[in-house]
Design a protein around this ligand. Structure first.
Ligand SMILES: NC(=O)c1ccc[n+]([C@@H]2O[C@H](COP(=O)([O-])OP(=O)(O)OC[C@H]3O[C@@H](n4cnc5c(N)ncnc54)[C@H](O)[C@@H]3O)[C@@H](O)[C@H]2O)c1
Ligand SMILES: N[C@H](C(=O)O)[C@H](O)COP(=O)(O)O
Length: 312
């Protein structure tokens, strides 16, 4: 059978992404056909700095963005611009159906900002490119967490809880994540508001859960209310509760990702749902603290991100 073609955006070249790409090429090539969105000049520079030979059949793409000097572990505008251009190239290849999916190596958000990119990350860029309500979901088969709000300041979270939007989010999530068991929807406030004593956003969350369950039951009468909640956030991730759920909906970034990364940082991946293209990513960042230091990296997140594509 023909291997799936995957465009790999190279991420921030001042970080660990390129080391992951070089060290995993042989293994990745056994299950997929990777095309790396980096040009030969930048590839040679990175490989030399890392003292890792460029593997055979490491297929690259020319004319990404102007070459620049790699500064290990530094936040630079040039590296941000290159990372963004590499991501754009991967998206273009997917749009043109030259590849089956894209896998993104980590970018640095400040470097994107310095380069004038107004997106906070890949997900909101993809949302804009495809005019679709992309959903950010991270995790592994033992536990997936989707984020209702993601890269916004914490002070804006409560005001973003909206019955209609959350209802649509839940319906989209159900159709694209296809959870096999009940999904735990978290409350926002401590103790999920404790019946209005500690906040009342849970009223809207309850309504959205009911709306989504009702809508989905009209589509499939055999379906028995897939969404449950609002669950008390500090209890939802206890070992006992996790026996019953693999899929969680968090109201904000760290509510869901702090427990997820505490449990499954090494193996977790990031999947963009509800888009016309398939995009996965590592669940970690640029790791500037260990970039170009011959550090022994964790490869699992990257490999799992490729394996998810191949397995779909
Ligand atoms: N997919 C992405 O593009 C993505 C994902 C997460 C964070 N980020 C961005 O990355 C930048 C840095 O984020 P951060 O410092 O908070 O988190 P980070 O994940 O880069 O680093 C956190 C810690 O984990 C270690 N680490 C990360 N990946 C590792 C690996 N594969 N092997 C071994 N150790 C590893 C780092 O050395 C560091 O000590 C930020 O701008 C953040 O927004 C991007
Ligand atoms: N929230 C993600 C994480 O913590 O891993 C990360 O910032 C990546 O986001 P994008 O997929 O939007 O780049």
């Amino acid at each position: 059978m023909e291997k799936q073609k995957v465009a790999i955006s190279i991420g921030d070249l001042n970080g660990i992404g390129i080391q992951l790409a070089l060290e995993n090429h042989k293994k990745v090539s056994q299950i997929a056909e990777p095309i790396y969105c980096i040009d030969s000049i930048m590839l040679e520079q990175a490989a030399e700095k890392l003292n890792i030979p460029v593997p055979n059949h490491f297929r690259t793409v020319e004319e990404i963005a102007p070459s620049f000097e790699i500064k290990p572990g530094k936040v630079t505008k040039e590296s941000g611009a290159y990372a963004y251009a590499s991501f754009l190239k991967a998206v273009q290849m997917a749009k043109a159906k030259k590849v089956d999916a894209i896998c993104t190596l980590p970018i640095h958000k400040k470097a994107w900002e310095l380069a004038g990119v107004h997106y906070k990350g890949h997900t909101d860029a993809l949302r804009d490119f495809f005019k679709c309500d992309a959903i950010m979901m991270l995790g592994c088969p033992k536990m997936y967490v989707a984020l209702y709000t993601e890269h916004i300041p914490l002070k804006e979270v409560a005001g973003s809880i909206d019955e209609e939007k959350l209802t649509q989010f839940l319906i989209d999530f159900y159709h694209t994540a296809k959870p096999a068991t009940s999904v735990a929807v978290l409350g926002l406030n401590p103790h999920a508001g404790d019946d209005g004593v500690l906040g009342d956003e849970e009223k809207m969350i309850t309504q959205a859960i009911n709306n989504a369950n009702q809508f989905l039951s009209t589509q499939c009468s055999a379906l028995n209310a897939p969404f449950e909640g609002p669950m008390v956030p500090d209890v939802a991730f206890t070992p006992n509760t996790r026996k019953y759920y693999t899929h969680y909906i968090a109201m904000y970034h760290d509510q869901g990702l702090a427990p997820l990364k505490a449990l499954y940082f090494d193996e977790g991946i990031n999947i963009s749902l509800n888009l016309p293209i398939l995009r996965t990513s590592v669940d970690h960042g640029t790791a500037f603290d260990i970039a170009y230091k011959r550090a022994k990296l964790n490869h699992l997140s990257y490999f799992n991100a490729i394996q998810y594509i191949v397995g779909v």
